[in-house]
Design a protein around this ligand. Structure first.
Ligand code: GRG
Length: 308
């Protein structure tokens, strides 16, 4: 099993890989958003467009498509419609996370948050519309990929479980409850695994399932996803503590929200070391299943070395 990227040790190709991937993700997202705009009231559709099409790294669909190829998938044109179902859930989560009843954020991806431009009630409805849209998108694109009825259900279940109470929603709940409290390592890891890690992990698993990968490969992708999920959120803590509002394009910061973070627990150096150790675990998971995927290796490093 291998993917299209020649080598993982050169840092030069990753930006080109990410840019090429985004060029495939954006049109697939545009198709879904246009269809939703046609179905929804104009104000809700406009908020959906703001929340989904406003930039972002597109890491989850890129991980999904990369895992698909690493698992032997070859229908390259058909994986992006499936991969964007992950981004629809991610976009809704950011729209709702930024609402005044949650993090009350005014800036995201360098722009006013969706509710600042479109209002709270419209943003709440637009975000909710993205949840069933994501499930339907996963089911219809799994059918196009000829995953079979069971494969489609497995994919949709994976996505919805990751998004649900045992995953992202549950993690967000812990996050909100934990504001102003000093969480220890176990509390913080449990929160991060659910709030951020579950959806990142499911991006990998959905890619593997889309390719009809063996159980061993899917489980290795799951372990890889779990490790990079933690590394990603620790890197987020590091960025939050070290980068300007302009670089990050978001406000408020964790400190302003009185959140527990790895930086608060361990300081910058140890937090960085711990993030890198999770990347090593992710790479070991790939090796253990014989997955030779330079792009997945490079993406694991990107997760901790990114600057926004
Ligand atoms: C009902 C309690 C309840 C929750 C609803 C709002 C919500 C569900 C979940 C929020 C989950 C959340 C905001 C997790 C943060 C994940 C995270 C680190 C986001 C930043 O991801 P990037 O860096 O963003 O990939 P870009 O902008 O690049 O897409």
């Amino acid at each position: 099993m291998s993917d299209v990227v020649p080598s993982s040790d050169s840092s030069a190709y990753l930006p080109a890989y990410l840019a090429a991937e985004r060029l495939r993700v954006e049109p697939a997202l545009e198709r879904v958003v246009s269809q939703l705009e046609a179905e929804l009231e104009a104000d809700i559709g406009a908020a959906v467009r703001h929340g989904v099409m406003g930039g972002g790294k597109r890491l989850r669909p890129i991980l999904c498509a990369t895992a698909y190829r690493a698992s032997g998938g070859t229908a390259d044109g058909l994986i992006y419609p499936l991969a964007v179902s992950l981004e629809l859930i991610h976009a809704y989560s950011l729209m709702h996370d930024d609402l005044p009843c949650m993090d009350d954020a005014e800036l995201r991806r360098g722009r006013p948050t969706t509710h600042v431009d479109h209002g709270e009630d419209v943003t709440a409805r637009a975000g909710a519309a993205l949840i069933p849209a994501a499930a339907l998108q996963a089911l219809s694109s799994a059918a196009e990929l000829e995953c079979g009825p069971e494969g489609g259900v497995d994919i949709a279940r994976e996505l919805m479980e990751a998004a649900g109470a045992g995953g992202m929603v549950g993690g967000q709940w812990l996050d909100l409850k934990g504001e102003g409290e000093a969480l220890g390592l176990d509390g913080l890891n449990g929160l991060y695994e659910r709030k951020t890690g579950a959806l990142l992990m499911s991006a990998l698993v959905v890619g593997g399932l889309g390719a009809g990968a063996t159980d061993d490969v899917v489980e290795a992708l799951r372990r890889y996803g779990g490790s990079i999920g933690l590394a990603f959120q620790i890197a987020d803590d590091l960025l939050d503590a070290t980068q300007s509002v302009e670089t990050l394009g978001k406000r408020p910061s964790d400190v302003e929200l009185a959140k527990s973070t790895y930086v608060g627990l361990y300081g910058l150096k140890e937090a960085r070391d711990r993030a890198r150790a999770h990347v090593d675990d992710a790479l070991a998971s790939l090796s253990s299943a014989g997955i030779d995927a330079p792009a997945l290796k490079a993406l694991a490093l990107f997760v901790v070395e990114r600057d926004n």
